[in-house]
Design a protein around this ligand. Structure first.
Ligand code: 6SG
Length: 266
């Protein structure tokens, strides 16, 4: 759904109208604005005579094309939800993908595909970075941005190991993977313990935090006790889970019904 904003005619002309529950909510907001204007000491001639609303598109809606799994898009969905951003989703079925047309149109022959207006992106980490840049979740200076990149690369290393386990050696490698897991989790735990803000870098949430959080949710499914000896990392996961918009997403049927991975293993 397009994000729209109303304001009264004193501020903006009417441009466009949608008919949706969001529109209804915004009309309510616009009426409040009008009441506010009436209460202000404008001359009578400056008061709006007619109830005109302006409806402007303020944000291009984001579109994600991907399979019906959390997979490589869990972090992105969590991030957008936390930022209060809408996401239009095109779900691609196995049959559709196997036809090959969509695959052939993708830069690397793979999904996810992300669209922000005319900008088309492939590679899930590029999408996270793009949103981080646009929405103030990429550090407050270049040094923080570089540290966030470093953390995200570390998260990607663990995600690749996880994907290899899930898709290639789940039956033979799960026990060894879980045994080795503390060696990886301890590194993130140490960074969080040192930084103290509750985030990986600086004192604000970044795209790397959403990425780590998503990957930790997957690991809690794989090994429910894996965070128990890492109090900072466990605290991080608990705090992120409790952020109201993230909590709402995690509890939503649409998100819950998506399997984590494409082969049913988790
Ligand atoms: C798979 O690997 O979903 N893309 C995947 N698979 C289809 O033909 N570095 C990039 C990135 O970060 C990696 C992209 C990623 O964006 S993700 C892709 O495009 C291909 O290569 C995991 C995922 N799996 C769902 C899925 C794959 C196999 C079984 C289920 C697609 C749906 C059905 C068959 C192919 Fe399927």
């Amino acid at each position: 759904m397009h994000a729209v904003v109303y304001s009264c005619t004193l501020c903006v002309r009417r441009e466009h109208e949608h008919d949706s529950s969001e529109t209804q909510r915004l009309k309510g907001a616009a009426r409040s604005l009008l009441r506010l204007h009436s209460a202000l000491p404008f001359k009578q001639s400056q008061q709006p005579q007619t109830l005109f609303f302006s409806l402007r598109k303020t944000m291009a809606p984001y579109t994600l094309t991907y399979f019906a799994v959390k997979g490589r898009c869990g972090a992105l969905k969590i991030m957008l939800a936390d930022l209060g951003q809408q996401l239009k989703e095109n779900l691609v079925t196995f049959d559709e993908w196997m036809k090959g047309d969509l695959k052939n149109s993708c830069v690397f022959g793979q999904l996810p595909k992300f669209e922000d207006g005319d900008l088309v992106l492939y590679q899930s980490n590029a999408m996270l970075r793009h949103l981080g840049r646009k929405h103030g979740a990429y550090g407050k200076n270049d040094s923080e941005a570089s540290l966030i990149d470093m953390m995200n690369d570390g998260i990607e290393d663990l995600r690749l190991k996880y994907i290899k386990l899930i898709y290639q050696e789940y039956e033979t490698g799960k026990d060894a993977y879980i045994k080795d897991l503390p060696n990886h989790l301890s590194k993130f735990d140490a960074v969080l313990a040192k930084n103290k803000s509750g985030f990986l870098v600086g004192d604000k949430v970044s795209f790397a935090d959403y990425n780590l959080f998503d990957l930790m949710l997957n690991h809690k499914v794989l090994s429910p006790t894996c965070l128990d000896s890492f109090s900072s990392l466990k605290g991080f996961v608990d705090t992120m889970s409790a952020r109201s918009k993230i909590k709402a997403l995690l509890e939503s049927d649409d998100f819950k019904k998506l399997p984590i991975n494409g082969n049913g293993k988790q």
